[in-house]
Design a protein around this ligand. Structure first.
Ligand code: LER
Ligand code: MN
Length: 283
């Protein structure tokens, strides 16, 4: 098992605040960081690679769609442009030494058209991800598609749908990012959701129900770890939260208060809990 910290805990960008945190992240026992990759032109790939090499950390990227990009538009040109954009991001990630690209890679976070998903939208998402398969394989990048809760997307909310989507895409480099924060809202039983997605889980956001310190809330971690063990999951356990006063980013994540005393404790007390649990459950 590898332990990751999403740098959104401290900053909306890959900036000095994040760089200053890397020695502590390493010292706390994390194996890697997860950083935003939204636009290829904005991504400091060389800086990420060098900083990770310096501190002996791996980097994953978290991707969301901006600038009108969506894989499920009814406009074929927009879908084509989005596939091209994602191919660029995959190459950008690979150039920076990144092997995992994860996030709600279908439509923008917060896009809620006020109706249910259509069969066409589903088909376009399947086709879009299938079109990325060769680029992912050639660049040794895995794509992990993240279901979000109903307040952040209308398109993919549940473990059952995530499993079906991954199954239909049917590519070894495409799977699911399972985030316990979203699953806590959408699943009747988070562990059952994990078992449902099963082998398709390629990445994991180990988040508390309030995005605070993992282990401090009401996520039923004992059953979560038992389910991860049952499906043989042994990749990343990444802590994701969002800074308490980071402007647009805090607003996008609907963070309107200090979730804990400091953002630091979410990462540093969180990893203590995760490591103890992994040892306890023999993961
Ligand atoms: C957003 O709620 C989230 O969970 C992130 O991983 C991706 O935007
Ligand atoms: Mn997440």
């Amino acid at each position: 098992m590898k332990f990751g910290a999403n740098t959104f805990i401290w900053s909306a960008a890959i900036d000095q605040a994040v760089e200053d945190m890397l020695p502590r992240i390493k010292e706390a026992g994390f194996d890697g960081i997860e950083v935003p990759l939204f636009r290829a032109a904005d991504f400091p790939g060389a800086k990420v690679r060098q900083a990770c090499e310096k501190y002996g950390l791996e980097a994953n990227v978290c991707t969301i769609l901006l600038d009108g990009m969506t894989l499920i538009s009814d406009d074929a040109e927009v879908r084509r442009r989005t596939v091209t954009h994602l191919k660029d991001l995959i190459k950008t990630a690979a150039d920076a030494g990144v092997g995992m690209m994860a996030g709600p890679i279908y439509s923008p976070v917060g896009y809620l058209p006020g109706r249910r998903r259509t069969a066409d939208e589903w088909k376009w998402a399947v086709e879009g991800h299938q079109a990325l398969g060769d680029t992912l394989a050639a660049n040794h990048v895995t794509m992990a598609i993240e279901p979000l809760n109903r307040f952040e997307t209308f398109f993919l909310n549940t473990a059952a749908d995530a499993a079906a989507l991954a199954e239909q895409i049917g590519h070894p480099n495409v799977g699911i990012l399972f985030d316990t924060f979203h699953a806590n809202i959408e699943e009747k039983d988070i562990a059952a959701g994990i078992r449902k997605v099963g082998k398709h889980i390629k990445h994991f956001h180990s988040c508390e129900n309030d995005r605070g310190i993992p282990g401090s809330g009401h996520v039923e971690w004992a059953s979560v770890f038992a389910a991860l063990k049952e499906i043989g999951y042994s990749n990343w356990l990444t802590i994701e939260s969002f800074g308490f006063a980071l402007g647009d980013l805090s607003a996008a994540a609907a963070i309107w208060r200090d979730i804990e005393a400091t953002p630091d404790v979410i990462a540093f007390e969180g990893i203590t809990f995760l490591k103890k649990s992994v040892a306890e459950y023999g993961l």
